[in-house]
Structure formats: structure tokens, C-alpha cells
Design a protein around this ligand. Sequence first.
Ligand SMILES: O=C[C@H](O)[C@H](O)[C@H](O)COP(=O)(O)O
Length: 262
Amino acid sequence: MAAELSPIDKAKFAAAKRAVDFVEDGMKLGLGTGSTAAFMVRCLGERVRSEGLRVQGVPTSNRTAELARQLGIPVITLDEAKWLDLTIDGADEVDPQLNLIKGGGAALLQEKIVATASERMIVIADAAKDVPQLGAFPLPVEVIPFGWQTTQLLIGQVLEGLDVGGRETTLRRAGDQPLRTDENNYILDLHLGRIGNPRQLALMLNQIPGVVENGLFIEICDTVIFGHDDGRVTLRDIAGGASQEGRVDLARADTIFAGLGE
Ligand SMILES: O=C[C@H](O)[C@H](O)[C@H](O)COP(=O)(O)O
């Protein structure tokens, strides 16, 4: 018997379930990383099993690749796919222009490459991630381990001249060691509080030698689906003006999790 989902997981499930409705037979898909994206991969796996949906997925992390394989979703590399129809991924914050902070799960590098190679990016998130301005969530920056402390100083210098709320940067750790990304790099988290000009910051960070990529996704997301814990979903599209409302049957969550034997 499946355990009841927590309110936040119901919100994540609702967004994920709605997003998977956009998947069509034959699509090449970017599969995001994180707890919300994991719900999406499970919902996709259910469609593959129950409808015989034929898709190929490019995972954005080792853990998403493992989950997709377990669920019977065919996995290919981005080099094999080259271009994707749709990427569905989570985010840590979404602003009114659908700019994002990503990388809370340290997967921002592959996520940005995959999303950029996609015709469309749909972001799925619980409604608490809908923010008027980016920056309360610490901005992840992936850096090369060689000389990382010098890179950190250079990031500090760049931040001096910018419109941000704070300037502290910290090395992300896993226990007593620096956390390693799937590419074996480090993550510096920038505690900015408020980012006045996300585009300028994203460009300037990527000018610094040692910075591989930053977690600001500017004009990459096309559609965002916010989920609520009562099953309501709100869709916001970069092209369309007004948001659309809908509802997801939360009872389906039990079917999916029972089907997985969880
Ligand atoms: O590196 C991780 C990703 O950018 C995630 O998509 C992001 O951190 C959101 O994760 P979650 O859905 O677990 O909140």
C-alpha cells in the first residue's frame, strides 16, 4: 500500500503529472533532476508502461538516468539525440519573466545544456517557488576544483559592482568533503538575497576563468506549471499572457506509487 504523500509532494506530483500530458509519442525528451523531476519521471514511466508511449530520454544526471532505466524509459545520450523536443525539469525559484534559479541538487550544468538543446522547456514546481524576484535561494555556481579559492575571490570582486542584496559565497559540502558534481566539479553557493539584474549577473559570472556554469536560466524556460497541494495546477507560458488553471486527480498518485511497489 502506498504511503500518503505529504502536502509538498502532492503539489510536486500535481505539477509533474500535468507536465507529462505534454509528452507525445516519438518525442525525444530532456529528463530533469531533483525531487519534482523524479515525480515527472515516474509519471512518464507510467505512461510508457500503460499506453506503450514510445519516447527516448536524455537524463540530466546520473541519478535521473538510473531512475529512468529502472522505470523502463529508454535512455540515450545528448550526443545521440543532438536536439530534443521537450525538456521537463524542476527549479528552485521562478520569477515573473520565467527566469530561474536551478542547481539546488548540483545538476545545473547538464540541465542547462539539455534545456538549451530543447525546442521547449517546461518547468514544474510547487507554488512556493513562484517569487517576485530571484535571489532568496542561494545561487549555485559550478567551478573547476583547480584554484577554486581564487575563483571564489574573483566572484566576490564581480559581485562588488552589482545590484545584489548580499555577497557571501560558500563551498557546498557533502559531509566533511567538498561536494562533487557529476562532472567532478565543485559548487559555490552565492547568498545574494536579491538579484537586481539576473541577466547581467549570469553573463558576468561566466566570464570568470574557473567558472563552468551558473544556475541562472535566463529566457530558457517556455512554460511553468505550479502545483498546489489540493491538486490545482497553474500554467504560465512565456508566449501567452494570462495563466491557465487546471486540476490533477491526486488519487492517481497512489496508482503510480503502488505500481512501483513503493
Ligand atoms: O540541481 C538540481 C535541479 O536544478 C533541481 O531541478 C532543482 O534544485 C529543484 O529541485 P527540487 O525539485 O528537488 O526542489
